[in-house]
Write a protein that binds this ligand. Structure first.
Ligand SMILES: Nc1nc2c(ncn2[C@@H]2O[C@H](COP(=O)(O)OP(=O)(O)OP(=O)(O)O)[C@@H](O)[C@H]2O)c(=O)[nH]1
Ligand SMILES: [Mg+2]
Length: 264
């Protein structure tokens, strides 16, 4: 009882102890700026850099940041295993240490630390908060038309396939409260790339937890290279299609009109 009471009164107001997990692979030009930005924007949160043994020395830079700030931690992983695996390791790290919420955030500057307080404020009344690029009030800066179209089409396809009322199911700027992580079977998650964000959205939606979206300002990365690849896109397309077929088949078998009404 005492521990629970202490947790509620420490950390971020109304949310508790928050860990921002930042997965990195070759983000040496970005990691200092993003960690500093998060610490400025939300001084009560802790940061975990989950680095996959980046050849460019990102892990060593993160270690130096951790030495000078007790709120910053580093999880060194053996090698590049994908975004999904890095996040799952970060979530496990947070749960072992009793955090009340984890935030997912890219290192490349696309996710503005200035938006973090609004995401955390929304988390007071939600289990999952998704920072959305495609809801009213959101902005996407410096993205070429090709990327805008890809993201819009991917989200439209996801919404139609999975029947989920989420405008940005592929976005990776999110808050998961421990209530949501407890409700989701994380051991079943296999996705690596973009599909990871969609898979967690789907599992949260199926678990019936409260999901809200908050508009964000998304900015194209200025330094370093994107890790997006045709393989990552193919994984997303394949997984979303097979989840969609499976969910629809299950709903038809149950014959529940409410459930079937999710799909157009
Ligand atoms: N630990 C770890 N981090 C990764 C891996 N792949 C990508 N990341 C990180 O995940 C975040 C998102 O990756 P990006 O390359 O920006 O991919 P993206 O945002 O989907 O693609 P862009 O929109 O083109 O930037 C960044 O912080 C990357 O460094 C990986 O295999 N392991
Ligand atoms: Mg990016």
């Amino acid at each position: 009882m005492r521990v629970a009471a202490e947790r509620r009164t420490s950390g971020h107001p109304g949310v508790g102890r928050v860990l921002v997990v930042i997965p990195t692979y070759n983000e040496a030009d970005n990691v200092r700026r993003i960690v500093a930005g998060v610490r400025d924007a939300a001084p009560a949160v802790d940061v975990l850099v989950a680095d996959d043994n980046s050849p460019d020395g990102t892990g060593a830079i993160a270690d130096a940041l951790a030495r000078s700030d007790p709120h910053v931690h580093v999880l060194h992983r053996q090698g590049k295993e994908g975004l999904g695996a890095a996040y799952l390791a970060g979530f496990a790290w947070a749960r072992e240490r009793g955090y009340d919420a984890v935030v997912e955030m890219d290192a490349d500057g696309s996710h503005a630390p200035q938006d973090l307080p609004a995401l955390l404020a929304a988390a007071r009344d939600a289990d999952v908060v998704i920072g959305s690029r495609w809801t009213r009030g959101a902005r996407v800066l410096n993205w070429p038309l090709r990327r805008l179209l890809l993201s819009r089409c991917a989200n439209l396809y996801t919404r139609l396939a999975l029947g989920m009322p989420v405008t940005d199911a592929t976005g990776g700027y999110r808050v998961y409260r421990s209530t949501a992580l407890d409700a989701i079977d994380l051991d079943s998650v296999r996705s690596q790339g973009y599909a990871f964000q969609v898979e967690l959205s789907r599992l949260a939606h199926r678990a019936g937890v409260r999901i809200v979206e908050v508009p964000i300002t998304f900015v194209e990365r200025e330094h370093g290279d994107s890790k997006m690849s045709p393989l990552i896109m193919a994984e997303a397309l394949w997984r979303i299609t097979s989840w969609g077929l499976r969910d629809r088949r299950t709903a038809m078998r149950r014959g529940s009109p409410d459930e079937l009404a999710r799909w157009p």
